[in-house]
Write a protein that binds this ligand. Structure first.
Ligand code: NAP
Length: 265
């Protein structure tokens, strides 16, 4: 992958899958723009990076759920002269529970992060890439976004948005030199379940026993981007489940999942 004098910007780089993206990209020779809310964690990630341009990496603490945050982040990169040639839209959060009981402010904040910020970052950095005639965008969706998912209804819907938005943007940019890939992970061993407010021990046991490591998932995403794939579902079991669910009428997977999740929560 080309990495001279340009930067890879990774959102949600302070932990989980984003930290692994950062680590792998630095090892490939990229200098990074590390984005997240927790500056101390971002600095620690930067300090741990290895690679020929790791020292040039920059930490940018931003809360991407705030209105206008994507624009401020883009403006800061332009002001510092950082040319972002690879955008990894990884930051995201989930909220688990009965949809009508979830706190409205929390749901809005999640939608701002998962949908609005991702869309604005694609538009702002994508336009720069298109003008240069080269660039890559890797958007992190979710296996959950392939179907309506009870108890993760709004989260899964944000990830459906990420998937379809990514496919459409990819089509619009075909021939421009800008590639868009969407990574669809299933369960991954990160802080995601804690942050999503999943309290059920049975659910957490199930997700832990079916999860992949964050490093493995980041590797799948970068490999798919390297091969210029439209999307990649991480994990053979998830690919098989996606295939089976895809054969069913749209209303059936959510009914199956509700039945299944009712037994866990
Ligand atoms: N783990 C899974 O099972 C799973 C499955 C499918 C898809 N995914 C997706 O994978 C992506 C990464 O999740 P993860 O599993 O690595 O979760 P994680 O461990 O909770 O990490 C989330 C990352 O996003 C950042 N972030 C959260 N809110 C933010 C905000 N408002 N502004 C800026 N950064 C913010 C966090 O950093 P700060 O706290 O420093 O802000 C952190 O670096 C997400 O898009 C998620 O939806 C995860």
């Amino acid at each position: 992958m080309e990495s001279s004098n340009t930067y890879a910007l990774v959102t949600g780089a302070s932990g989980g899958i984003g930290k692994e993206f950062a680590s792998r990209l630095a090892a490939e020779g990229w200098a990074l723009v590390l984005v997240g809310r927790n500056e101390a964690k971002l600095q620690a990630v930067k300090a741990g990076l290895a690679g020929t341009r790791a020292d040039e990496s920059v930490v940018m603490p931003v809360d991407l759920s705030e209105p206008g945050a994507a624009g401020r982040l883009h403006a800061a990169c332009v002001e510092k002269g950082l040319v972002v040639d690879l955008l990894v839209n990884n930051a995201g959060s989930g909220l688990f529970g009965e949809s009508l009981s979830l706190p409205a402010a929390g749901v809005e904040s999640m939608i701002n992060l998962n949908v609005s910020a991702l869309t604005s970052l694609c538009a702002l950095f994508g336009a720069d890439m298109k003008a240069r005639g080269s660039g890559c965008i890797l958007n992190v969706g979710s296996f959950a976004g392939l179907n309506a998912t009870p108890y993760f209804a709004s989260y899964a819907a944000t990830k459906s948005y990420v998937f379809y938005y990514s496919l459409a943007l990819r089509a619009e940019l075909s021939g421009s030199g800008v590639v868009v890939t969407c990574l669809l992970p299933g369960y991954v061993r990160t802080d995601f379940d804690d942050n999503a407010g999943i309290a059920s021990a049975a659910y957490r046991k199930f997700s832990a026993s079916n999860s992949l490591g964050a490093d493995e998932v980041a590797a799948v995403g970068l490999a798919a981007l390297g091969r210029r794939r439209a999307f990649a579902i991480a994990g053979a079991r998830n690919r098989f489940a996606a295939f089976l669910f895809g054969l069913l009428p749209r209303t059936v997977p959510p009914a199956i999942m509700k039945h299944f999740l009712d037994s866990l929560v």
